[in-house]
Each structure stands twice: as structure tokens, then as C-alpha cells.
Design a protein around this ligand. Structure first.
Ligand SMILES: C[S@@+](CC[C@H](N)C(=O)[O-])C[C@H]1O[C@@H](n2cnc3c(N)ncnc32)[C@H](O)[C@@H]1O
Length: 333
């Protein structure tokens, strides 16, 4: 097997702008509501192509069963959400933070619902549109550029909404949920998978705190919420919380969600995701950057992704963090 290598910088960023986009990402971190949009946009401009290369068109984790492939687990996780919402033909549904649309296309194709993908990142949205057309799904899938804190849609205009790992980016969850609540019709369901610190997280433990900071720093996130914060925020804007649990606990303990970052079952396509793949890429980038064969900043971006991945794996092993806190809520009426 040849060793695969891929520059982590997306085509969204011109080579000469890489270092500045990276600085923008760093500058906007930790500045909460004031700068979150710049932070998220810079981050996804930098890493979208690399995510796609290593991960595919769905940018999320999944609980895994023994013997299941990564790809099967990914669509299984999406299917679970589609069923939970009760997707069916004729429904108009909002995918909040749609990425490049992997989940949107799978769910629209599987359940026949019309899905509008909302995203703050225009580069991702451009890709999403192209992929929707290529998949022959333009009649069901469309895109909407905008911020989930200020959704450009009429009150009560959607029959359901979901998010897959997009809400962790919200600098104010209550404000984001309030917007989603507003655009749903009475009786509509909103469900999703959020990134949360679990009840095993101990804020007084320096190792726990360091891992939490690593996940936030490496993934363009504000403070990661607890289960209680998610539940309380949903209720505070008027949703009835129907059910919520950590789907990481649904996985077989032999095949935890973070296995995809550890390097088991190595094959070429998964290699860039793995611990070894990340180190090989880093080493190559350091050399290539020194001879100016890749843009200045490439090594640093890869380092950020490594911190993210290592912190996810370590906190997953400790059980203090989950990227799949499933919650389903209903707008009364
Ligand atoms: C981890 S990715 C998940 C993408 C997609 N749900 C998937 O599973 O493939 C998070 C997504 O949320 C989007 N996002 C982050 N903040 C946003 C905001 N304020 N408004 C709209 N989208 C946002 C990002 O651009 C990105 O596409």
C-alpha cells in the first residue's frame, strides 16, 4: 500500500492567503458571539477539502457495530435521525449546518422529503449544490446561505428540522434553538446530535479541562455544553423535550465512535483519518512547507487538526465527551 498524502488546505483559500486565514481563525477564537462567524468560516474554508478527502461527504461521527464499515455506520446514524423525525415525502425540512450535504442527500433519497441545507460557509454550500445536482436530487435538495442565529426563512415555514453536529458551533445555544423554533410550524419536530461533555467530565480535573480545550480549539467551537445545558436550552425556548440520550452508549464497546480516528482497520481511504496517517501528513507538510512546496500555514493547520483528533480520542476513551448527544424536541401545537 502506498502512503497517501494530502495537503490539508482547501481550494477555498488561495495559497497566498493561507497564513492570513489561519491568523484570522486564531484571532477570532475565544471571542464568543462577537467573532464566532469569522472563526467558523475561516475554519471550514481551511479544512473542508481535507475533511472530505479523509471522511467523505458526511462530516460527523457515528456509533459503530462490530463488523460494520465506517460508511455503513455513518449512514446508519443518519437513518436513525430520519426515522426519529418521521421524514416522509411532501415534508419540507431544514438541515441546520448542512456541510457539503452528505446527510441531506442520503435522507432526501431514502425518505423522499424535501430538504433545505442551511450553512454559513459559502464554499461548502457551493460544493453541496454541485453534489446535489450530480446526484439527480435537485427536485428534493436545495441550499440556503445563512446563519442559524438569524435564519433567512419565514416563521413556521418548515415541517421539521435537524442538525448533525452543527449546534456545537453555536456561541449561544438558546438563541439558535429559538431561531429553529421560530421557523418550524406548530407540532413540528427538531432533532439532532450535539457535542457534549458527559456527566463523567470533572471541571476540577486539569486533564479533563485540557482535553475539552483541545476539542474546542481544534474544531472551531465555543464552550462545549453539558447534557443538562442542551435540555434546558431546548425547553427554555418553548420546545417539549421528547427524548434525549448519548448514542455513543449504543455502540459496541469494542468499536467506539473514536475508533475511526485511531487507525484500526487501516485502508487507503481511511488512512488520513488515523493517528499514523495524521503524523505522516504532518511530517511531510513540515518538510514541504520549508521548501515552499505547500503554502505557509499548512503544517500549522494540520497541527490544529491533530490536536482536535487526539483530544477527541483521549476524551472518548475517558468517556467524558460525546459527539452524539441525541435530542428530539417538538414545537407544541
Ligand atoms: C461538523 S460540520 C457538520 C456538517 C453536516 N451536518 C454533516 O454532518 O456533514 C458543522 C457544520 O455547521 C456549519 N455551521 C457552523 N456554524 C454555523 C452557523 N452559525 N450557521 C449555519 N451553519 C453553521 C458549518 O459550516 C458546518 O457545515
Amino acid at each position: 500500500m502506498g502512503i497517501s498524502f494530502h495537503n490539508p488546505i482547501s481550494k477555498a483559500v488561495r495559497p497566498e492567503d493561507t497564513a492570513e486565514t489561519l491568523s484570522e481563525y486564531r484571532r477570532s477564537q475565544g471571542r464568543g458571539k462577537e467573532e464566532y462567524a469569522r472563526m467558523v468560516t475561516a475554519f471550514y474554508d481551511l479544512i473542508t477539502d481535507f475533511y472530505e478527502y479523509g471522511w467523505g461527504q458526511s462530516f460527523h461521527f457515528a456509533p459503530m457495530k462490530v463488523g460494520e464499515s465506517f460508511e455503513e455506520a455513518i449512514v446508519g446514524h443518519e437513518y436513525f435521525l430520519g426515522e426519529a423525525i418521521g421524514l416522509r415525502p411532501g415534508m419540507k425540512v431544514l438541515d441546520v449546518g448542512c456541510g457539503v450535504g452528505g446527510p441531506q442527500r442520503f435522507l432526501a433519497g431514502k425518505f423522499g422529503a424535501s430538504i433545505v441545507g442551511l450553512n454559513i460557509n459559502e464554499y461548502q454550500l457551493g460544493k453541496c449544490s454541485v453534489y446535489n445536482s450530480k446526484a439527480g436530487l435537485d427536485h428534493l435538495c436545495s441550499v440556503l446561505h445563512g446563519d442559524f442565529l438569524n435564519i433567512p426563512a419565514e416563521d413556521g415555514s418548515f415541517d421539521a428540522a435537524y442538525h448533525i453536529e452543527a449546534m456545537p458551533h453555536a456561541p449561544d445555544k438558546t438563541a439558535a434553538y429559538a431561531e429553529i423554533f421560530r421557523v418550524l410550524r406548530p407540532g413540528a419536530v427538531f432533532a439532532g446530535y450535539d457535542w457534549c461533555m458527559t456527566p463523567l467530565y470533572d471541571g476540577a480535573n486539569p486533564e479533563h479541562r485540557e482535553l475539552k480545550t483541545g476539542i474546542e480549539y481544534g474544531n472551531a467551537l465555543p464552550e462545549i455544553a453539558s447534557f443538562t445545558e442542551v435540555n434546558d436550552s431546548l425547553r427554555s425556548v418553548g420546545f417539549e423535550l421528547v427524548e434525549a440520550h448519548d448514542r455513543a452508549l449504543d455502540a459496541n464497546p469494542k468499536t467506539p465512535w473514536y475508533q475511526s480516528l485511531e487507525g484500526n482497520g487501516l485502508k487507503l481511504r481511511s488512512f488520513p483519518r488515523t493517528s499514523l496517517g495524521r503524523r505522516v501528513t504532518s511530517a511531510a507538510l513540515r518538510v514541504l512547507e520549508s521548501v515552499r512546496a505547500v503554502p505557509r500555514g499548512s503544517f500549522e493547520v494540520q497541527k490544529i487538526l491533530n490536536i482536535a483528533a487526539d483530544s477527541c480520542v483521549a476524551s472518548g476513551r475517558l468517556g467524558i465527551f460525546t459527539p452524539m448527544y441525541y435530542h428530539k424536541a417538538r414545537k407544541p401545537g
